[in-house]
Design a protein around this ligand. Structure first.
Ligand SMILES: NC(=O)c1ccc[n+]([C@@H]2O[C@H](COP(=O)([O-])OP(=O)(O)OC[C@H]3O[C@@H](n4cnc5c(N)ncnc54)[C@H](O)[C@@H]3O)[C@@H](O)[C@H]2O)c1
Length: 420
């Protein structure tokens, strides 16, 4: 690593919901525990940056911590800067980190650009929408010896990690039938989603179903071989047409079936913020096994005096497991939960690899980074293009299927994996 402080500089591309709700607070905390040096954030225009810069919650939780906005918050809100992130990345010292948190269809260009400028990458899921693009990114990352970590945070939920270990030990038998569900809140429909979550770009299965497909792969190690997705269309408040609900069927290499229900429509008035969970039945010798995760009602319910819950609700299921700001032994509040742990896991791995190779000659450093990256790929805990591109195959198959009215689309492996 070439930063003078031995800490990573981070450039975030995208200042929207996921940046506000998870990424920036995680990086602020990593900054004050000495992993991160400087934080720059690029957005399409100044408005989300202004909101982040003026956030009262951040001021309380991370007193005295700041980021550098691009464009400046003084720019007019209606002036767009779609290429500005490239200038900011091009000015970075090699071996730091770019965080890609723009809408799905923009990931490919931003991730490639970061790698071409010799940066490590944390990319929110899904990495890209096409398998060939994931392979291209995998090759570029290997050539440069830089990590691309895809932020599938459900992998870091303790229940997923426990299930993965138990499944590998054979405690449940072989996965045979499952159902996953993730229904996001109705109020998402009035957010910036309505500008990009359109039929031609994405759908609920691609957007959030991928979390549970990745999780079933993470727990079982099985590969998906066939996907079909049916989408139910509706309109956003601005009139844009979108798939607002979907059901996906994923068949796995051992013949197992996973049904995946997704949507943008969990009632704002209901205890939330969303509805989610996973059930997996497994076949054992003379009996069956079961994995059941209620990811919605995690055992904590609060009824507030005011409608301060998600969607303005008063009564809520509160998950302390994904992401919360809580008191700690330092100033302000710290983020806890698997969302933070996932961001920290990727960032600390980048930090470890860069620190370990910092003093070496360029060729030796590259060789050693490649070796360390190979270990990360093989371990299979962090999602990387080399170990998780079944997700791109599933997304590609899903997009093909939903646009063909739920046709069954096969995923063929071998030398050149593809969908047909
Ligand atoms: N559970 C999860 O893992 C999870 C949850 C939410 C979102 N996400 C992913 O995060 C990504 C962003 O989602 P979001 O909900 O934050 O979206 P959002 O619409 O709230 O924000 C998108 C941001 O991208 C910025 N942007 C767009 N074009 C840009 C450009 N050319 N240069 C710089 N910035 C640009 C916009 O200014 C905006 O700040 C998506 O890929 C989404 O799938 C993941």
């Amino acid at each position: 690593m070439t930063t003078q402080s031995g800490r990573l500089d981070v450039t975030m591309v995208g200042g929207g919901m996921i940046t506000n709700d998870l990424l920036l607070p995680s990086f602020y905390h990593l900054q004050r525990i000495g992993v991160i040096h400087k934080i720059d954030i690029c957005a399409l225009d100044s408005s989300p940056l202004k909101a982040l810069a003026e956030s009262e919650e951040y001021r309380e939780a991370f007193p005295g911590q700041f980021f550098t906005p691009h464009p400046s918050v003084a720019e007019a809100a209606d002036k767009e800067f779609p290429e500005l992130y490239k200038e900011v990345i091009a000015a970075m010292t090699a071996g730091n980190m770019v965080v890609v948190a723009v809408p799905d269809h923009l990931h490919y260009e931003a991730v490639k650009y970061a790698l071409q400028h010799d940066q490590n990458v944390l990319c929110v899921k899904p990495l890209v929408l096409k398998y060939d693009e994931a392979v291209e990114i995998e090759k570029l990352a290997a050539e440069k010896g830089r990590l691309v970590g895809i932020e599938y945070h459900k992998r870091f939920d303790r229940r997923s990690l426990v299930a993965k270990r138990s499944y590998a030990r054979g405690d449940f038998g072989a996965f045979v039938l499952g159902e996953a569900k993730l229904i996001e809140p109705y109020y998402y429909r009035s957010s910036n989603f309505q500008n990009w979550f359109t039929c031609d770009h994405t759908d609920p299965f691609t957007y959030i179903g991928c979390h549970y497909v990745d999780l079933v792969h993470f727990i079982t190690g099985l590969k998906p071989v066939e996907v079909s997705v049916y989408g139910v269309k509706g309109r956003f408040p601005n009139g844009n047409e979108a798939y607002l609900w979907s059901q996906g069927r994923v068949i796995w290499e051992n013949g197992a079936l996973l049904s995946v229900l997704n949507g943008l429509g969990y009632p704002d008035a209901a205890a939330g913020s969303n509805d989610q969970g996973l059930i997996m039945y497994c076949e054992g010798e003379g009996q069956t096994g079961l994995i059941f995760h209620d990811d919605h009602q995690r055992g904590v319910a609060y009824s507030y005096l005011e409608g301060i819950g998600p969607g303005g609700s008063q009564y809520n299921y509160v998950s302390p497991d994904f992401y919360r700001l809580v008191p700690w032994e330092g100033p302000g509040y710290k983020p806890i939960g698997y969302g933070y742990e996932s961001v920290a896991g990727i960032t600390q791995t980048v930090h470890r690899i860069e620190s370990e190779t910092a003093g070496l000659a360029a060729d030796d450093a590259l060789a050693r980074r490649r070796q360390l990256l190979h270990e990360v790929d093989a371990q299979g805990l962090l999602a990387t293009p080399a170990n998780s591109s079944i997700n791109e195959l599933v997304v590609e198959a899903a997009r093909t299927s939903i646009l063909r009215g739920a046709a069954a689309v096969r995923i063929v492996y071998g030398d050149h994996p593809h969908v047909e």
